[in-house]
Design a protein around this ligand. Structure first.
Ligand SMILES: [Zn+2]
Length: 632
């Protein structure tokens, strides 16, 4: 028993530290389960007192919350929920989706946003206002239609979240260049990003508001708070009102389909007594209101056994442990292999060979081991690359194979090119065969493959036709992504294109220093981008003999407002530089003279072309190319 107490204390301290330093391995529920267990075994344990007490990342200014940000009491089953609902004596409840993100307190004075705090330990948070201002659908000014509701100070409670689709598209299984860790799920990514000092990625987060507090507002119901938030311009979670039985129906619908369909992660419903007077009379226990409950969804967790750990070399040379587990069904999917990141992760979860583990489908998609439940035999790190047997090197907690002849890396690199270009049909075994027979070792070799190089003619014909259809004309961001530069993908390339619109300009004019001035690009990414293009220089030159880079117009991020509101159309000429200038000044370029055009830019305004005449008749602003060039 004492051993378990010690173990729990260690685990809790470890995870509390991770949590307050931007990286979470456990969900709140799992963490609560640990503390609940410890509370039972050793109620006076110091580890319990320390939970939530330390914010060691103190670079943001710390600010005390005006009213503490507590958590909610939970109900896990319909019976528990109905039981609670009955005890409250209320007949109307207000429900809303329970967001699984990172909590924020937003302060508005008059209509203006003045300060945004992270939750921190609930008593003191960090002032992360600059990051909050970068988030999507966030009203800097409260947008009321009637002046009457333009009140004094209010606090809005919100959750910083990342949409599931954005996570999948931009972050899933990618390495965070700032922390060196793999982006794990939308929740962790959002929690880490919103507290980043550089502010990178905050534009991919949204602030979703769910509560408002202010002395001068006398809300009578919880529902009115949601109306207020919506009128003020906040994005809110789905919400509604109803009797306890009606809310059970809503809950059931969420279990069936709504949860999956929700654009962001939710882990239950928040249900409040709708009448706020009654809510207040019900009181508070342990800083948690009795008139509110988190009505949790059952988690997708199953116990299984860890059978073995195999180590696999990836295309970057990183050697990753993969758990082989007893095939187990989690929420309708059978899982037998799970990625484990690195040896620290294995130790942190207390995993051993033969140990019982809790398997979870996080984000409802990616399976992961949540924690070890029993001890097992020690898991050892390999001393040589499992593929090429070269000695391994350590990079932080990760193992790396530095050999340039490592076929796992070469094959991984080749497969990545096909994956990014969406070329289907080439399996790992086909690539391995072509590599072993000496036909394929570098990306440009793909373009020299012949039907007879393949194991069978039928296969060769089919695969080459597929390759030809996808790999000859490639959009620039996709092309750069396909080069397999560590940390460099489509999203980053699009950011770079705002300043350096084509590959030639990127290669000749972009420098690390210039890239760092682009919003969203930090020193690490800038370095990765520049050095990646340089080290792959000969491969790029070789590829460009076979590849046509498709034209792609990317909207430039505005840096000024000289052309704000313009919808400009060029006539008689085309200029990429001018397009970029106008867009960088807040304007938009129309490809043809359509109804929405406000400015016509002509090569020569003295002419009498039908376009010019028409534009003048319609009262559009007609400018000459020269006039814009003057502005540039
Ligand atoms: Zn190797």
């Amino acid at each position: 028993m004492t051993n378990r107490v010690e173990e729990l204390e260690k685990l809790i301290a470890h995870h509390a530290h991770l949590y307050y330093n931007e990286e979470t391995a456990l969900s709140d529920d799992e963490f609560d389960a640990l503390t609940d267990e410890l509370k039972k075994l050793s109620p006076k344990s110091l580890a319990l007192a320390k939970v939530g007490a330390k914010v060691s990342n103190t670079v943001w200014p710390e600010v005390k919350h005006e009213s503490s940000m507590g958590s909610l009491l939970k109900v896990q089953t319909i019976e528990e929920f109905l039981d609670w609902a009955k005890k409250t004596g209320a007949d109307q409840f207000c429900w809303s989706e329970k967001l699984d993100g990172s909590s924020l307190a937003l302060k508005y004075e008059g209509k203006e946003f003045v300060q945004g705090l992270s939750r921190g330990d609930g008593i003191t948070g960090s002032d992360i206002s600059p990051n909050i201002l970068k988030t999507a659908y966030f009203p800097k000014t409260l947008g009321f239609k009637s002046e009457a509701t333009n009140g004094p100070t209010v606090w809005v409670r919100a959750e910083a979240i990342m949409q599931k689709a954005d996570f999948e598209k931009k972050y899933a299984s990618k390495i965070d260049e700032e922390s060196g860790r793999t982006f794990k799920n939308p929740r962790n990514t959002a929690a880490g990003m919103i507290r980043r000092l550089t502010g990178t990625g905050c534009g991919d987060l949204g602030a979703v508001a769910y509560n408002v507090e202010g002395e001068s507002y006398k809300f009578t119901t919880q529902a009115l708070k949601f109306w207020w938030l919506q009128e003020a311009g906040f994005f809110t979670p789905q919400w509604g009102t109803g009797t306890a039985e009606e809310i059970v129906e809503v809950y059931r619908k969420y279990l069936q389909s709504e949860r999956e369909a929700c654009p962001f992660e939710i882990d239950g419903l928040v249900v409040c007594v709708n009448d706020l007077d009654l809510q207040e009379r019900l009181g508070i226990v342990d800083n948690r209101p009795k008139g509110q409950r988190a009505f949790k969804f059952p988690s997708l967790e199953v116990e299984t056994t860890l059978l073995a750990v195999v180590w696999q070399t990836g295309r970057s040379g990183r050697i990753t442990p993969i758990a082989e587990i007893e095939p187990t069904d989690v929420g309708g999917v059978t899982i037998s292999r799970v990625m484990l990141n690195n040896i620290d992760f294995i130790r942190c979860l207390n995993l051993g060979l033969g140990s019982k583990v809790m398997l979870r489908r996080a984000n409802d998609v990616i399976p992961e081991i949540a924690r070890g439940l029993t001890k097992g035999r020690k898991i050892e790190e390999p001393t040589s690359c499992p593929c090429c047997l070269s000695p391994v090197t350590k990079d932080g907690a990760y193992l790396i194979c530095l050999s340039s002849d490592c076929s796992a890396q070469i094959i991984g690199h080749l497969l990545n090119y096909l994956r990014v270009l969406d070329v289907k049909g080439f399996g790992e075994s086909t690539i391995a065969y072509l590599h072993q027979t000496g036909k394929l070792s570098q990306l440009p070799d793909f373009y020299k493959l012949k039907v007879e190089d393949f194991e069978s003619e039928v296969m060769g014909k089919k695969l080459l036709a597929e390759f030809e259809s996808k790999a000859r004309e490639i959009a620039l961001p996709t092309f750069v992504d396909a080069l397999g530069i560590h940390g460099v993908g489509e999203h980053l390339t699009i950011l770079v294109m705002a300043e350096f619109p084509n590959l030639h300009i990127m290669r000749t004019q972009a420098t690390k220093e210039k890239l760092e001035t682009i919003s969203g690009i930090g020193p690490e990414l800038a370095h990765a981008f520049i050095s990646g293009l340089i080290t792959r220089s000969s491969v790029i030159d070789e590829l460009l003999k076979h590849v046509k880079l498709a034209e792609l117009r990317v909207k430039v991020q505005a840096t000024g407002d000289a052309c704000k509101g313009w919808i400009a159309c060029m006539t008689g000429f085309r200029s990429d530089e001018m397009t970029f200038f106008i867009e960088s000044q807040g304007g938009t370029i129309a490809s043809s003279m359509n109804k929405s055009v406000t400015h016509l830019i002509a090569k020569d305004t003295s002419g009498s072309s039908s376009k010019l005449t028409k534009a003048r008749e319609k009262g559009l602003v007609v400018l000459s190319r020269f006039e814009i060039e003057e502005m540039m």
